[in-house]
Design a protein around this ligand. Sequence first.
Ligand SMILES: *[C@@H]1O[C@H](CO)[C@@H](O)[C@H](O)[C@H]1NC(C)=O
Ligand SMILES: *[C@@H]1O[C@H](CO)[C@@H](O)[C@H](O)[C@H]1NC(C)=O
Ligand SMILES: *[C@@H]1O[C@H](CO)[C@@H](O)[C@H](O)[C@H]1NC(C)=O
Ligand SMILES: *[C@@H]1O[C@H](CO)[C@@H](O)[C@H](O)[C@H]1NC(C)=O
Ligand SMILES: *[C@@H]1O[C@H](CO)[C@@H](O)[C@H](O)[C@H]1NC(C)=O
Ligand SMILES: *[C@@H]1O[C@H](CO)[C@@H](O)[C@H](O)[C@H]1NC(C)=O
Ligand SMILES: *[C@@H]1O[C@H](CO)[C@@H](O)[C@H](O)[C@H]1NC(C)=O
Length: 212
Amino acid sequence: MAEDNQAVVPLAPLKFYPRSDEEFAFKPIKPRQDKRSKCLVYVLAGIVFLSVVFLVIALVMRPRTPDLGLSLVSVKNLVYTNNNASFPSFNMTIQAEFTIDNPNFGQFVFENATASVLYRGKTVGEAKIGGGRVSAKETEKIKVKVDVRSYRLSDVDNYSKDGILKLSSYANFSGRVQLWKIVKKRKTASINCSMSFNLTSPAFDLQDLICS
Ligand SMILES: *[C@@H]1O[C@H](CO)[C@@H](O)[C@H](O)[C@H]1NC(C)=O
Ligand SMILES: *[C@@H]1O[C@H](CO)[C@@H](O)[C@H](O)[C@H]1NC(C)=O
Ligand SMILES: *[C@@H]1O[C@H](CO)[C@@H](O)[C@H](O)[C@H]1NC(C)=O
Ligand SMILES: *[C@@H]1O[C@H](CO)[C@@H](O)[C@H](O)[C@H]1NC(C)=O
Ligand SMILES: *[C@@H]1O[C@H](CO)[C@@H](O)[C@H](O)[C@H]1NC(C)=O
Ligand SMILES: *[C@@H]1O[C@H](CO)[C@@H](O)[C@H](O)[C@H]1NC(C)=O
Ligand SMILES: *[C@@H]1O[C@H](CO)[C@@H](O)[C@H](O)[C@H]1NC(C)=O
């Protein structure tokens, strides 16, 4: 009986031999497969190309925060008194120049801003800065003048330690980065600086200006 089964097996494949008309149906498939794989290559190449294009667009369109710097600081009319005749006090005028560096491929339009000078976190002077714009890839310079008065502080202090008066300044510019009128993203550029004035030096030297 086993021999009978074995005899049957070789016959089975015969069932799958194509008939002559099936062979004709088979032949045209080969060129179609070539076309199909070529087509696939084109589609893949297209996808890769579009991905690169979108990646470049995404990198270019990604709104970045403009960089705010403090390029110049000069002090005028610094008066510091600390004697028995009057309360300790200081007055001065700080002239500074901010730079707004716009790294975007679109303009940065900023609103009214404030630059503040602080003593121990309390405001002793403020400058109002009107809104404006920085063109794509440009750097804008903004000059400000701040009148600093210690009487704006409610508590009387010695203000200086070892002849050094420490102040800080803070400014931020809020606005929108506009890229081809499609993307509008709110960004705030800010700067926080600390500065020290040497009150024992004849010109009240500005000794350290550290910004972050
Ligand atoms: C203030 O007055 C006291 C005594 O009246 C004196 O010893 C001190 O040196 C004076 N301080 C200043 C800063 O003038
Ligand atoms: C600081 O300025 C204010 C107002 O301008 C004035 O009243 C004050 O006397 C000045 N103080 C000093 C130490 O010059
Ligand atoms: C910006 O400041 C100007 C002048 O100080 C003022 O006229 C204007 O209303 C301010 N704009 C905003 C949005 O606060
Ligand atoms: C100012 O400093 C003197 C000594 O340098 C000290 O005796 C005095 O209490 C201080 N005053 C204030 C208001 O901190
Ligand atoms: C900008 O600075 C002001 C104070 O000068 C502060 O109230 C505000 O939160 C700051 N804005 C941002 C976005 O940091
Ligand atoms: C600025 O920096 C000082 C210390 O470096 C910090 O105490 C202060 O909170 C900062 N101010 C702002 C507005 O970030
Ligand atoms: C401040 O200036 C004086 C005079 O120019 C100098 O002798 C002193 O060392 C200075 N102080 C500091 C902390 O640098």
